[in-house]
Ligand binder design. Sequence first.
Ligand SMILES: *Cc1c(COP(=O)(O)O)cnc(C)c1O
Length: 365
Amino acid sequence: MKNYKLLTPGPLTTTNTVKEEMLFDHCTWDDDYKVITLEIRRKLLELAHVSEEDYTVVLMQGSGTFGVESVLTSVVGDEDKLLIIANGAYGERMEDIAKHAGIPYMIHHEVYYKVPDAQKIAEILDQNPDITHVSMVHSETTSGILNDIEAVSKVVKERNRTMIVDAMSSFGGVDIPVGEWGIDFIVSSANKCIQGVPGFSFIIANKQKLVESKGKARSLSLDLYDQWATMDKDGKWRFTSPTHVVLAFSQALKEMEEEGGIPARNKRYTDNNKLLIEKMAELGIHPYIEAEHQGPIITTFFYPENHKFSFTDMYTYIKDRGYAIYPGKVTEAETFRIGNIGEIYEEDILKLIEILTQFLKENNE
Ligand SMILES: *Cc1c(COP(=O)(O)O)cnc(C)c1O
């Protein structure tokens, strides 16, 4: 029987009550459905600590990348210039998007195990007055590092540029006061820390900047302004909405409130993560990111030393016993990753360690 929990950074393990919402085929045109979308948008504003006067929410069909692509291709005009800050594959994906769409851009690379330095970004902005927009990832899922978007947003704001954040794997799991930090566009998706299922992304946008972007979009389906203009009228989606995913997401938001909102979820994830790192250390397995910058979402671990080690063998062994883990994604070292978001609790982390301990024992003879 196919039955395991996901220790991956999304899709992740959801509750049965979230999955059960998808047993109903909802129609899309009546008020019953449209109010669900409106309510989701209202709750996301609350989670971002912003008001309806200054910010708004757009839901966009597709996976998380569709949301990032929608923002970059809709708000950075042909006369503008984007500075991409990258210390992982998701930052680099923004460059891919810019290349495909012909968006004028420059990129600032940082090594994967370091957080980009706000002072350096400030210097780049001062040397390049033609840069109008800056984009970066908050939780770089490639490594598990948590970037300091507060410090970077500050220098961007002080210089009157537009700040775009990919908070895909952190929004809902890490508290982000979007307005206070001066973030203009922040993107996440249904299947990460809110604990819904895959099918749409969402963008929390500075309303004025969104309105200014009207007519700039390079794509029809990913036109952020048009998507918003339709949805903002009464909650109707432009083009077919992923109804089952929307119902599941609405339930996931309710369950998040019941858990105690972002603070409670952050605590559970952080506790999971700390326990995981502590127990792995006892097995001689150490994280790739220094403790100071390690985020609470996913951890990259080096392969254990002095051990005949095969990731595939370990993966299969663990999966047969109830958990799916993740291969590494950093380029310069042999690593694997373990996510601890979703319906994952202390007992799961302890169970995983037990399985891994047994695997290492059996394979070290
Ligand atoms: C998951 C994720 C994305 C989106 O990936 P999709 O596969 O398109 O859902 C983007 N950025 C980060 C940091 C992510 O963790």
